[in-house]
Write a protein that binds this ligand. Structure first.
Ligand code: PBG
Length: 329
């Protein structure tokens, strides 16, 4: 029961000192919960800052290893990898190439930083000439579901072969978790967990990411596969499906505008639940902070704490390294 029973209950008694406030804090943000995304691109000594994501760059593998080393030393326990290949085509060949850009980055990271958890984003949009997350049937103007599953499964297996600790499908095709689980098991990767982007919305908050990953769809949009922001019940069905298909962890994305979804997913399923604080969430805080309108550190920590309070066990954030520093300081 959460109602005060004592007639003269005075909540401020428990807020009067930092010691008391800390003792009764219900939620905590810890470095162990954070995941830092990286964008890998071919070449060496390449460092291309992303305009709308201050502090984030596309990096060649050598530079990526450097930054990941620094982040890991600061306390970041896990990274999420995206790839920007040199060439794109209509079957996303780069997504499952043995020596694809993500596969190279995974090998380098596992070699140099064996204590870092490496999660790979499994999607085709960065590797498709048209920028969609699946195979496109141009005449029908459609993204084809089932033919796409085979490619996603190949990509996931190639990531596991390179040494990925966790694979994270973000495409939103129906049945992809089952397809990936089956393929991983068939290839001997029964122990590779799947973090499914289970409730991923068709969101305007991905704008800066598409610049970062060079993955904006060249026609149409993603609304025939990503979720309608109006829907919450449907998110629970999506999560239920992914769990039934073998997801080990589930994600809600974006985070801040979807805290209700996060809360319902956590309370309904009790699964390890991730929140993705997406590119525009980062960009908005950075831009306002640059103008001197908000306190970057305080606002970031408060937003992430809100995600924890809503039910997130894991938070994917471009601020992960800064946050680790702030949590110590
Ligand atoms: C790939 C993918 C996207 C994001 C993560 N994986 C973009 C999209 O779906 O268009 C967005 C991440 C961000 O905005 O930070 N499908």
């Amino acid at each position: 029961m959460n109602q005060p029973a004592f007639p003269d209950y005075r909540p401020r008694r428990m807020r009067q000192s930092p010691l008391l406030r800390r003792m009764v804090a219900e939620t905590e943000l810890n470095a162990r919960q954070l995941v830092l995304p990286f964008f890998a691109r071919p070449g060496s000594k390449v460092r291309r800052p992303i305009g709308a994501m201050p502090g984030v760059s596309q990096l060649s593998v050598d530079e990526l290893v450097k930054d990941a080393t620094a982040a890991h030393a600061a306390g970041v326990p896990a990274v999420l990898l995206f790839g920007i290949p040199d060439t794109k085509d209509e079957k996303a060949s780069g997504a499952y190439a043995r020596n694809g850009i993500v596969q190279q980055a995974v090998r380098a990271l596992k070699r140099e930083l064996p204590g870092l958890l490496v999660i790979t984003d499994v999607c085709l949009c960065e590797y498709m000439s048209h920028g969609h997350c699946g195979i496109v049937h141009r005449a029908a103007g459609k993204v084809l579901n089932d033919p796409t599953l085979k490619l996603l499964a190949r990509a996931a297996v190639s990531h596991a072969e390179a040494g990925a600790d966790v694979v994270a499908p973000s495409d939103m095709m129906d049945g992809r978790v089952r397809a990936i689980r089956t393929a991983l098991d068939g290839a001997g990767f029964q122990d590779t967990p799947i973090l499914s982007y289970a409730a991923k919305y068709a969101s305007a908050f991905y704008g800066p990411f598409r610049e970062a990953a060079e993955s904006a769809p060249q026609f149409g949009d993603r609304r025939s596969y990503q979720m309608n922001p109006a829907n919450a019940e449907e998110a629970l069905r999506e999560v239920a499906l992914d769990i039934a298909e073998g997801a080990d962890m589930v994600m809600v994305k974006p985070a801040l505008a979807y805290l209700d979804i996060l809360h319902r997913v956590k309370t309904t399923f009790g699964y390890p639940t991730a929140a993705y604080a997406v590119s525009a969430e980062h960009a908005m805080i950075k831009a306002a902070a640059e103008k001197g309108w908000i306190d970057e550190r305080a606002v970031t920590l408060e937003a992430l704490l809100g995600m924890r309070r809503a039910g997130a066990d894991i938070i994917i954030t471009y601020a992960a390294k800064d946050v680790c520093g702030w949590l110590k300081g």
